[in-house]
Design a protein around this ligand. Structure first.
Ligand code: ACO
Length: 319
């Protein structure tokens, strides 16, 4: 039977501190009602001052390795998706490698904002196809709240921090990643961006977003890429047992589901308590659905995401 890269363990981590909408409303002109009505978000986790993206990633990765029953020394590849690296360089992936005591391996970061985990998974999948003995850690980790302008109520209420990770290994029992599809359209790079960077301003910058336009693109692109991935594996979108979407906004999830005629109970939703954790949101949601028993062997699962770039993508997995 064909060998495929399969997810053999998942893990995640959310920082301890939970900030409710009401707490945010003390410092910015907003309200719980406005945020819940427009986004479905009720709370978000915010990393402690001394917690870096690599710290969140390391805990999520350790939990994924434990779930997979894999020792850190067996890992040969770390692909870490983040928009909020500890430092401009080296890659946060090598910090995680050091934290976990992993020896010589391949370790690098991928930057595709909220689609980062899909991009990272796709790269790792391709590398496992070349080297069936490889064991890979694919991580999405963000301290995204560090990029927020806390005076800009149109963005600061939307995001949170967290990390999710999966362990990939080749299997030949038919399960694993069936297909991935990735897209980018740099024409729309200004719709959602950070107004700084090492080679432009020499600063980190803050998130700027044209929310309405991003919303419009999100519903169109996510519906299209779900149809594309279904076609790639020869099923209809409604045949997926579970859709694990990027958690940007409940209205985007509902709008996409409506457009495609999907059953809402088959969509994994975590946005209410976690907000948008960018590259971490898909593996965070996946870990929750695996651990609570929703996603189980034999299920056909679709992951999908869209983010700054614009970038978007999807993966189909036979669990
Ligand atoms: N609290 C109260 N009022 C607010 C807030 C807030 N937090 N933010 C904006 N408003 C006000 C605005 O100032 C505006 O007031 P005005 O009419 O007096 O000018 C009013 O609310 C409406 O603002 P809009 O921006 O038009 O509100 P909209 O209905 O578009 O909702 C939102 C904004 C929630 C950001 C929506 O556009 C959206 O969800 N966009 C998608 C963006 C997204 O999720 N991005 C995440 C990254 S991309 C991704 O992950 C897919």
């Amino acid at each position: 039977m064909t060998r495929r890269a399969a997810i053999i363990g998942t893990g995640s981590y959310l920082p301890e501190r939970i900030v409710s909408n009401d707490e945010l409303a003390h410092t910015v002109a907003t309200s719980d009602d406005w945020i819940v009505e427009r986004t479905g978000i009720r709370a978000r986790h915010i990393a402690a001052d001394d917690e870096m993206t690599s710290d969140l990633a390391t805990i999520a990765a350790r939990r994924a390795l434990e779930a997979a029953g894999i020792a850190p020394e067996a890992v040969g590849l770390i692909v870490l998706a983040t928009t909020t690296p500890d430092k401009t360089f080296p890659a946060t992936a090598v910090q995680v490698q050091a934290n976990l005591g992993i020896g010589d391996c391949v370790a690098f970061d991928v930057q595709a904002v909220c689609s980062g985990f899909l991009y990272a998974l796709s790269v790792a999948d391709a590398m496992l196809c070349r080297d069936p003995d490889l064991v890979a850690l694919v991580i999405g980790a963000e301290t995204f709240t560090r990029l927020l302008d806390w005076d800009d109520r149109s963005t600061c209420v939307l995001f949170g921090d967290g990390a999710g990770a999966v362990v990939l290994r080749s299997k030949s029992d038919g399960s694993g990643i069936l297909a991935t599809r990735l897209h980018a359209d740099g024409q729309h790079r200004d719709l959602l961006h950070v107004d700084g960077g090492p080679s432009s301003t020499g600063t980190v910058g803050k998130v700027r977003m044209k929310g309405r336009e991003v919303y419009r693109h999100a519903v169109v692109n996510l519906a299209a890429v779900l149809e594309e991935i279904a076609l790639a594996v020869g099923v209809r979108v409604e045949d997926f047992d579970w859709i694990v979407p990027h958690q940007a906004n409940l209205r985007i999830l509902e709008g996409t589901a409506k457009k495609l005629g999907l059953r809402p109970e088959r969509i994994v939703v975590t946005v209410e308590q976690q907000a948008n954790t960018s590259a971490a949101s898909v593996p965070l949601a996946l870990d929750q659905a695996v651990r609570d028993g929703r996603v189980k062997p034999g299920d056909l699962v679709a992951l999908e995401a869209m983010g700054g770039g614009l970038t978007w993508g999807a993966a189909a997995i036979l669990w």
